[in-house]
Design a protein around this ligand. Structure first.
Ligand SMILES: NC(=O)c1ccc[n+]([C@@H]2O[C@H](COP(=O)([O-])OP(=O)(O)OC[C@H]3O[C@@H](n4cnc5c(N)ncnc54)[C@H](O)[C@@H]3O)[C@@H](O)[C@H]2O)c1
Length: 457
């Protein structure tokens, strides 16, 4: 569906400008140079992209975007100049290694074997101030997604924002507003949306291949890192890292290496543990297969939650089990388990389960046999999601995982965390997006978080 331009004061981006002037020139000016002269490299065809946050996933996204012929990665931005200490502790990442990676990738494609033209920044606002940047990839930790996305939308940039969409339900609503008010394209980085294999499974479920769906089970994975326990000692801030900028909208806190790179996902100030990390994929598939993209459950109940001892740096739940109910009676259960199955749909006539890589589905006992499914759909992942985003930047159409869809899937994850932290059962109104009934005040107070004023949006 094309995005309707609104009568707002949305900024004219470089691409909007090029498109407008190209159209005007084609009609009015005989000296206009047609795009065919430049081919795929024509200024109006090429999408200049900057990647904000170049750590673990940022490096992967850099490679995926740089591989697209009509995309040019013109800038990378990170508050870490460069260091080891990421998911694989030996990997050196951050803005200088990222800049070198990009220039190396383009050098390989150039005749001279040399390439210069990707700039490194420590402050994303300088990236957004560049007129020649069309789109940004937001791959900073979750607590930064809202501020960077809103600033990018206001600056007229299109946005590929990694999953989960935001840190809070209210923050995500503000992101939607900024994206729509400024007529921007936003793709949420839940790449299974562009995996035709998963698409097929979701369509099968919605088309009744397993009869009436009664239950969906989603895996949310275990903590895959160990953090320091109570009594941990702050560490000196490394010179390569602008730690205050890393904290950004989050509360002030003493530095520890396990607070920041990669491990931030286990601390509730910056993320929601594996509930939002893995849940943003598995629960997203559940929402998709159930046809609930623009709504959500009406009830949520914490069944079991485990946390590390008070004072541990990792304070997100280590074991999570919560159950949601939708208005139509379908039950969604999200549970920490070995990640062999990402998401399983149970219906009256069978079961469909998708493995953790989104590469295999098992259909039992009726419907298609797994081999038939394999034949029908060839596995693709990541690059198609990036391709879909770039195509939508050009066509101004809705991408595979628009901001509202990313919001609704992440909302179920955030609701899960709220229930796990408070304990008990809560009623949710997906229209007003508020908890209702007994103890709703407590739960509604967790829809948003205070942000340090310098970064509030
Ligand atoms: N799509 C997927 O499957 C997938 C996989 C992994 C991570 N992710 C998402 O990507 C995001 C980043 O995760 P990660 O594992 O790469 O974390 P990471 O810690 O490895 O990398 C994040 C980088 O962002 C930098 N950063 C922090 N604040 C910044 C700011 N204000 N401006 C610029 N850079 C800043 C950090 O210094 C770090 O280098 C998370 O939201 C995560 O959920 C998505």
């Amino acid at each position: 569906m094309p995005l309707e331009p609104k009568e707002s004061e949305a900024p004219l981006s470089r691409r909007d400008f090029l498109r407008t002037t190209a159209t005007t020139a084609a009609v009015a000016a005989p000296y206009f140079v047609p795009a065919s002269v430049f081919g795929a490299q024509a200024p109006s065809n090429r999408i200049n992209v900057a990647c904000i946050g170049v750590g673990n996933q940022g490096f992967l996204d850099l490679e995926l975007f740089s591989a697209q012929p009509d995309c040019r990665m013109v800038a990378v931005c990170d508050v870490n100049q460069g260091s080891p200490g990421y998911k694989n502790p030996e990997d050196v990442r951050g803005r200088e290694p990222a800049r070198k990676l990009v220039e190396g990738l383009y050098a390989k494609q150039s005749r001279s074997g040399n390439y210069k033209g990707c700039d490194g920044y420590g402050d994303f606002r300088e990236v957004l101030a560049r007129d020649d940047v069309d789109a940004v990839v937001v791959v900073a930790p979750d607590h930064w997604h809202e501020a960077i996305t809103i600033a990018a939308a206001k600056a007229g940039k299109d946005i590929y924002c990694e999953k989960p969409l935001g840190l809070t339900i209210a923050g995500q609503q503000r992101m939607i507003k900024a994206v729509r008010d400024n007529n921007r394209v936003l793709q949420t980085g839940s790449h299974e949306r562009s995996n035709p294999y998963v698409r097929e499974v979701c369509e099968m479920v919605r088309d009744g291949a397993i009869g009436k769906v009664r239950r969906v089970v989603c895996n949310i994975g275990r903590h895959n890192k160990v953090g320091p326990g109570p009594g941990w000692k702050p560490m000196p801030v490394p010179t390569n890292l602008d730690y205050d900028f890393w904290l950004g909208p989050a509360p002030e806190a003493p530095y520890h290496q396990d607070r920041c790179l990669y491990n931030f996902r286990f601390n509730y100030d910056y993320a929601g543990g594996q509930v939002t990390n893995f849940g943003a994929h598995s629960i997203d598939i559940a929402q998709w297969g159930l046809g609930m993209d623009h709504t959500g459950p009406t009830q949520i109940e914490s069944l079991y939650a485990d946390f590390l001892p008070e004072g541990s740096l990792f304070n997100a739940s280590t074991y999570s089990d919560f159950r949601c109910k939708y208005d139509n009676g379908v039950v969604l259960e999200c549970v920490t388990a070995e990640p062999a199955v990402r998401c399983a749909f149970f219906g009256d006539d069978g079961v469909v389960s998708i493995d953790n890589q989104g590469q295999n589905a098992t259909v039992i006992p009726r419907g298609l046999a797994p081999e038939e499914l394999q034949k029908r759909v060839k596995y693709h992942s990541g690059p198609d999601h990036v391709r879909n985003f770039l195509d939508c930047v050009k066509s101004r159409s809705e991408p595979a995982a628009p901001v509202e869809v990313g919001h609704r899937s992440a909302t179920v994850c955030h609701m899960g965390n709220i229930a796990l932290r408070l304990g008990g059962k809560f009623e949710w109104n997906p229209k007003t997006e508020k908890f209702e009934g007994g103890r709703s005040d407590e739960a509604n107070a967790m829809l948003d978080r205070e942000q340090r004023t310098t970064w509030s949006s």
